[in-house]
Design a protein around this ligand. Sequence first.
Ligand SMILES: NC(=O)C1=CN([C@@H]2O[C@H](COP(=O)(O)OP(=O)(O)OC[C@H]3O[C@@H](n4cnc5c(N)ncnc54)[C@H](O)[C@@H]3O)[C@@H](O)[C@H]2O)C=CC1
Ligand SMILES: CC(=O)C(=O)O
Ligand SMILES: [Mg+2]
Length: 558
Amino acid sequence: MADTKMASQLKHVESTKAPLHALASSGLALLHEPNQNKGTAFSRDERQALGLEGLLPHAVESLDRQVERVLSHLDTKMDDLERYIYLIGLEDRNETVFYKTIMSDPKRFIPILYDPTVADACLTFGNLYRRARGMYITRHMKGRIAEVLRNWPRKDVRFICVSTGGRILGLGDIGANGMGIPIGKLQLYTACAAVPPDCLLPVLFDIGTTNESLRADPFYLGTREPPLAEAELDELTEEFITAVQEVFPDCCVHFEDWKGTDAIRMLDRYRDRILTYNDDIQGTASVALAGIAAAMNITGGKLSEQRVLFLGAGSAGIGISKLIAAEMQTKGLTAEEARARIALFDVNGLVEASRTDLTEAQKLYAHKGPPTKDFVKFIKEFKPTVLIGVSTKAGAFNQQVVEAMSQLNERPVIFALSNPTTKAECTAEQAYTWSKGKALFAAGVQFDDVEFEGKIYRPGQANNFYIYPAIGLATYVARPKRLTDECFIVAAHATADQVGPALCAKGMLYPSQDQILETEVTTATRIVEYMFDAGLAQVERPRDIRAWIEGQLYKPHY
Ligand SMILES: NC(=O)C1=CN([C@@H]2O[C@H](COP(=O)(O)OP(=O)(O)OC[C@H]3O[C@@H](n4cnc5c(N)ncnc54)[C@H](O)[C@@H]3O)[C@@H](O)[C@H]2O)C=CC1
Ligand SMILES: CC(=O)C(=O)O
Ligand SMILES: [Mg+2]
């Protein structure tokens, strides 16, 4: 009886709603279309022509005035997570104002939309969820993934950033909460490299999660199942990749934050078959190589003479090792000589030949020496010149580690790449203090400048956002068949070459973030030149590549 009453009430509510087709053609619908909405910037003529009269306050404002209002709203927020929530809401309302705001001050907004604030946004994704963005693919769509992808309203999708949520930053497996990462990564394609936003599609490949507390969380929005077994995951991924090829034939698949072993396996499987890359493997490798190359410009050392020690031997550690070894080979070392200059530790100690738990990718870098878990002792034996943390182990570069590096090297290169801030292997302050100012330091996040004994030290941010937006822009314009490791080596050198003498003199290893668009367009230009030279590009080579790229950049204006 109660059910019947409720049904008749619902029917009444429905019957008072405007029919959907009427809404779709009304001016009000336009105000809810973020990529068409101008809000208070609609002119009087537009308001009349589009049925907007009376739906907006009287004032007609400029885009700049709208941005000023956003900035004043942001000033009232308590913290960066509140600012993140506000900005995502703004993107839902008016994409132009959103990008105009972000691109007006990238140095300020990158840490809010992306690392480290995006980590907090992911951890609370189910709680702060407001509105759908991107697509969710689950095992329940098996056999129908192409049909599901056709629900996306835009046809010319050029980039999908896809994550399983299996390893989000250094936070581990957070399943569907990881959606903040594909969203944030793609926002930076536009914010840092002016790739048009309407060709970008964030995808959460919801395969389940090992995270039992999330599965028990009433606000969790993903499938509440353990992750698919490897064979089933591979099968579902194969269907997804095939469906993407069918529905969005010009699309590049950007893999991001999958569990490390899945990441390496998928890249090996698809890199020669489709247009794809893995940012954690290749983008991270490129940004690390860029930082080392910039450090060599400061020390006068040669990359081929470095010895590189990693803490962490997962997708990032293996990816960086591979690119450094490839670069050393271009300087005359054999593959074996190059790999001998690299050593990795993981959660079980030194990656060495007698271990039975190594993956094929790790075996290539297995050290010849005896097993050990003593990191500091190994530093003294191996004598690394470069130390890279990709372990998710906060504080692992303790005072003993930094001091050991500083005793061995006049300018030890120390990169604490694990994200977010709470996972960094050491802080900038620790690196400079314990090394007595000798360290050439960078981290995955931007640490503040450090004053030590009256001198200011400026830490770098070794984060793949210096690379992947430029790779995206190059791919957007040149439509390459494939993305090769060489593209990422070119990107690394292009980035390092933009750290001029003035920045080197301050010990800086990366270009300034104030000019990130200029930086990434310069990097993209070098990548595109390489794509044409290597026969990867599939469009006609223009006479002036830089001008041609600039002509295709997204500009946030009405
Ligand atoms: N700055 C940047 O641009 C990037 C940073 N990263 C960061 O690197 C970290 C690792 O990422 P992936 O390699 O993709 O993850 P992964 O899960 O593939 O590998 C993690 C590695 O760390 C090792 N490890 C875990 N605990 C350890 C401990 N206590 N001591 C020593 N080793 C330990 C594991 O054995 C494994 O080899 C994450 O925090 C991620 O945020 C990753 C990509 C880009
Ligand atoms: C930056 C990034 O891609 C990561 O930490 O996974
Ligand atoms: Mg990542």
